[in-house]
Design a protein around this ligand. Structure first.
Ligand code: MTE
Length: 328
């Protein structure tokens, strides 16, 4: 992945919009207050419904049904939306960070999800029908790119294990392979770069997919997910480097064998299968010890955490894996 140059919006940490202002802006209904469980942080005290105007009324109505899950809170301020929606990696639209305008051309309706491979019955489902079968919630997750920048995002979506339950994988299935839509090259000009192994694919183990943290996302900041962030459905697996969190998914394939994904086929030594965040395992071309928070200034760095701080949820998944590079 390309390294970045300093951007005009890289402001100092103390200039970031405080989270309470973000919350006010969203016109949140304080429908549920969790003060009784003794949490002090405003983030953890509030859950509710957002009534932001989404592009698609039907999906917005699903999004409006979420409540914030107080279990997944942050140690830092939420990244202001103007940064997390304008500094993106989405190579189908180009290999720079500034693809958000171009990405608006992607049509996200109608949208069909294909479920196939080692499942009881292969099927495809219209995304609105899928959304009727799952329970939405909002989660505040850290999001750490392998390029050593990070964000903190209020995602809206549903736990991936709900999709696995609908898919009914067979006993032998061990991996879930996900695939991004291939649109016309006039819409996704990055596809003209034929040395990339399109379509973008990613895979994780079935056990990882069933972990409570694995989250399928369809909204952020109380609104429908913008196309540049992976509308209408993307993955958020916060203990792994961001390239594993595939965008605009059209297919989930259950397999017995591990398949090489997009970045792994290009540079296996740099972007491996496991890609768990670890400050002590450097990328071959840079250190992973620290990260800079988008919007916070490139030189205002914070220490990176093992598993991006989510070890209590996931470290057991790797306890018996030997002779593999778990952190790259
Ligand atoms: N998914 C697709 N289809 N194409 C991509 O180029 N980039 C990945 C991941 N998912 C990518 C993708 C990388 S490298 C990162 S860091 C995250 O998306 C960035 O997500 P964000 O733009 O929402 O921050």
């Amino acid at each position: 992945m390309l390294t970045k140059t300093r951007q005009s919006w890289e402001i100092s940490e103390n200039s970031i919009t405080p989270e309470n202002i973000y919350l006010d802006r969203r016109n949140i209904t304080k429908s549920i207050l969790l003060g009784s469980i003794g949490l002090t942080n405003l983030t953890s005290l509030m859950a509710g419904k957002a009534f932001a105007s989404g592009a698609n009324p039907e999906i917005q109505s699903f999004i409006n049904s979420f409540i914030r899950n107080p279990k997944y809170i942050l140690d830092r301020q939420i990244t202001p939306e103007k940064y997390s929606t304008t500094y993106n990696n989405y190579y189908e639209f180009g290999s720079n960070k500034n693809i958000w305008r171009r990405a608006q051309k992607l049509k996200t309706r109608p949208w069909t999800i294909q479920i196939d491979g080692m499942v009881e019955n292969e099927f495809s489902i219209n995304i609105e029908d899928l959304f009727k079968k799952v329970d939405f919630e909002e989660r505040l997750y850290r999001h750490r790119c392998v390029e050593a920048w990070s964000m903190a995002v209020p995602w809206i979506g549903f736990p991936m294990h709900q999709l696995i339950k609908l898919a009914k994988p067979t006993f032998d299935a061990k991996y879930v392979v996900m695939e991004t839509i291939l649109a016309d090259r006039s819409i996704m000009p990055g596809l003209r770069q034929s040395w990339y192994p399109w379509p973008y694919t990613e895979s994780i183990t079935l056990e990882e997919a069933q972990n409570e943290l694995s989250f399928l996302v369809t909204g952020m900041y109380g609104k429908e997910l913008p196309t540049q962030n992976g509308a209408p459905l993307r993955l958020a697996i916060p203990w792994k480097y961001g390239f594993k969190s595939i965008k605009s998914i059209v297919r989930f394939t259950f397999t017995k064998e591990r398949k090489k994904s997009f970045w792994e086929s290009l540079a296996p030594n740099e972007y491996g299968f496991w890609a768990n965040v670890n400050p002590d395992v450097s990328h071959p071309r840079w250190s992973q010890k620290t990260e800079w928070k988008i919007g916070g200034g490139k030189y205002d760095r914070v220490p990176t955490m093992l598993f991006n701080g989510y070890g209590e949820y996931v470290s057991h998944l790797y306890a018996n894996i030997k002779d593999e590079s778990l952190y790259r």
